[in-house]
Design a protein around this ligand. Structure first.
Ligand SMILES: [Zn+2]
Length: 67
């Protein structure tokens, strides 16, 4: 599975704020994900992101008409 900027992750466990939808904002040696509910960002390794991911999409279904 390849993670890309703009992709969305539904996590298995909720964030502390109760949200479970994340947006990928940076991809490099680590992946930066932002919680879509509280806006807090985390740096995670690819393995950590894989472990927390329940569903990953590139966001087409979610962002359909927001532009
Ligand atoms: Zn949050």
């Amino acid at each position: 599975m390849e993670y890309k900027i703009g992709g969305r992750i539904l996590s298995k466990k909720n964030h502390a704020c109760g949200g479970n939808l994340w947006e990928i904002v940076r991809v490099g040696a680590d992946i930066k994900v932002k919680c879509c509910r509280c806006g807090r960002a985390l740096f995670l390794s690819v393995d950590e992101v894989k472990k927390m991911t329940k569903t990953y999409t590139l966001g087409e279904e979610i962002n359909d008409k927001s532009n």
